[in-house]
Ligand binder design. Structure first.
Ligand code: PPS
Length: 570
């Protein structure tokens, strides 16, 4: 196995134009139609342009897309497991034709690349979800993204790179595949084993990577994903500081840290193949694949989407084609009697093994409990504690959802007052009616407008939460997927407590405080929730309150007790 072999399917791409050509194209592109790249598209485009996604030279056209979804291969037969597509709105799709050029811009309007439009089509998202991820269950983060966040139409076509996406953080750790290959060559690293991660690394990970490197007599590249990972993951700033702490614990000159701006799909086995191809493009000869590689978690029935070693199996099946060797690893556990880590399959009956799961670690962090040295190095734990203070010092959002007239606003007011009485954090109320007067005054009640309204509330609440405050939201928020987007936005920055005010429709209608139900029944108000518009009942709200028979005061008191039990107040 040569360390610097050309990747399968052709040379390592570099789609950036030379400086003067790029400048000319940039000037010309001012006249092109323009598309603002989403966060995920920005991640994808960076890795297409710098060659990490070789042999791709743009976003997939329809034939390649169909073939990838169905057979895990490009039309040419080259192995490529995940569809890299440019999703756009219907209006935008209708405005472009094959052969047109489009300027692709980052969030600040900088032109990153231009695209020569190939195919424009509307994908069958069910077929894509089933084919690529083996499921249409929206508990899978990629299926949720596909159905609820990605735009409805796709555009394929070749890319020409104008400017590298800007990163202001950890510049010294951001090398593309060409630079990494050059660094390996310069250092004489002929064999390099890559370690993929989206989590903070503890002693078990260090032990595993050291063993893997020793086993295959290779140098080690710690190659964490810093683009988009699973919602709820530790933010990459904290993680990279942890990795930097850990790096000093490896033997000198053996190990390198570099960041990968990848948008993960949590696609399990197919994603593991993708990770292998990417690491080969970066010049690695080996990739560590552990238990449940790139696993999406549980499905809506509480079962695993993929078997724990499915990813290893799929890589084994395609070993001949991959040109990078998998180093399979079992779960590492700490054998207290031996005072060392061992793979779980080497455990004998005499061994007393200890393990702290991710969930248990989060619990200890949020409750400010001890994290033992056998589990993690103290400087890594100190980094984690800096960004994960115990819950009573974190910000949080209480998100009420329920029908109009269910009592959300009244309980929200009562709760706000009680929380202000306790003190310690600023409290903001984002009530449905207030938001509609201020933040969302131009919006109506179509699904699209309701979603926009809730996303705005979620955005404001996440800022309040991130800065240590308490946000109380009380919209109807009738759609499950939108509530989930809000949860996913807020959970990484603090607490999120969803409360379903489940007062039955008959009771709300009977109360009809604002006279809206009567108008809705008479057809004067259209799209009225519960009457002529849907309300999707929450399935995993932290709390359900039916206001029949309990006062707003008692309801707010129960919520306070719940918040105390969860550790947010004390
Ligand atoms: S949503 O669906 O979450 O965006 O709705 P929200 O922002 O909470 O706004 C709900 C309030 O607007 C009034 N209203 C309607 N509600 C539902 N459907 C229709 N068509 C409608 N038209 C006006 C109603 O007073 C809601 O207030 P609450 O406090 O919930 O009773």
């Amino acid at each position: 196995m040569g360390a610097f072999k050309e990747p399968h399917g052709g040379e390592l791409k570099n789609l950036y134009l030379s400086a003067d050509v790029a400048e000319a194209e940039k000037q010309a592109a001012r006249e092109y139609l323009s598309w603002d790249l989403s966060e995920r598209q920005l991640c994808d485009i960076e890795l297409v342009l710098n060659g990490a996604f070789s042999p791709l030279d743009g976003f997939l056209n329809k034939n390649d897309y169909d073939s990838v979804v169905k057979n895990m291969r490009l039309e040419s037969g080259v192995l490529w497991p995940l569809p890299i597509t440019l999703d756009v709105s219907e209006e935008f799709a209708a405005s472009i034709n094959t052969g047109d050029k489009v300027a692709l811009r980052d969030l600040e309007g900088v032109i990153i690349a231009t695209l020569v439009v190939g195919d424009v089509w509307t994908p069958d998202k069910k077929v894509e979800a089933k084919g690529v991820y083996g499921t249409t269950d929206e508990a899978h983060p990629a299926v949720h993204y596909l159905n609820n966040i990605a735009n409805p139409a796709y555009v394929g076509g070749k890319l020409a790179g104008i400017e590298r996406p800007t990163h202001y953080d950890f510049k010294h750790l951001r090398d593309g595949p060409h630079e990494m290959r050059a660094r390996f060559k310069k250092l004489g690293w002929r064999k390099v084993v890559a370690f993929q991660t989206r989590n903070p690394m503890h002693r078990a990970h260090q032990e595993l990577t050291l063993r893997a490197a020793r086993e295959v007599e290779a140098n080690l590249l710690i190659h964490p994903v810093v683009g988009m990972t699973k919602p709820g993951d530790v933010d990459h700033f904290t993680r990279v500081r942890c990795y930097e702490q850990l790096l000093s614990r490896y033997p000198d000159q053996t190990t390198m840290l570099s960041l990968l701006p990848l948008a993960m799909r949590m696609g399990g086995p197919r994603e593991a193949l993708w990770h292998a191809i990417i690491r080969k493009n970066y010049g690695c000869t080996h990739l560590i694949v552990g238990r449940d590689h790139a696993g999406p978690g549980k499905d809506s029935k509480g079962e695993d989407f993929y078997g724990p070693y499915d990813a290893q199996e799929l890589l084994k099946e395609h070993a001949d084609e991959l040109d990078i060797t998998m180093v399979p690893f079992k779960l590492m556990v700490y054998a207290e009697n031996r005072a060392q880590y061992i793979p779980i399959d080497e455990k004998s009956d005499d061994d007393k093994v200890l393990n702290i799961s991710g969930t248990e670690l989060r619990r200890r962090l949020t409750e400010g409990l001890d994290i033992p040295e056998w589990f993690s190095f103290p400087d890594v734990v100190a980094e984690l504690r800096r960004t994960h203070p115990p819950r009573h010092r974190q910000g949080f959002t209480v998100f009420f959802t329920g029908l109009s007239g269910s009592g959300k606003s009244t309980i929200a007011h009562a709760l706000m007052t009680k929380l202000m009485e306790i003190g310690g954090r600023p409290v903001s109320l984002l009530d449905g009616d207030i938001v509609r007067k201020n933040l969302s005054s131009e919006l109506g009640f179509s699904k699209e407008h309701r979603d926009l309204n809730i996303t705005r509330i979620g955005y404001v609440a996440s800022e309040i939460t991130k800065n240590g405050g308490i946000a109380i939201c009380a919209p109807i928020a009738p759609y499950t997927s939108t509530r989930r987007i809000v949860r996913d936005t807020i959970s990484p920055v603090g607490g999120f407590v969803e409360i379903h005010v489940s007062t039955p429709l008959e009771v709300c209608e009977e109360r009809d405080r604002k006279g809206l139900y009567a108008k809705a029944r008479a057809g004067i108000i259209k799209e009225f929730t519960g009457i002529s518009d849907p309300y999707q009942v929450p399935e995993n709200a932290e709390m359900v309150i039916d206001t029949v028979g309990i006062s707003p005061d008692l309801a707010a008191h129960r919520i306070l007790v719940k918040l105390e039990a969860m550790g947010y107040i004390r």
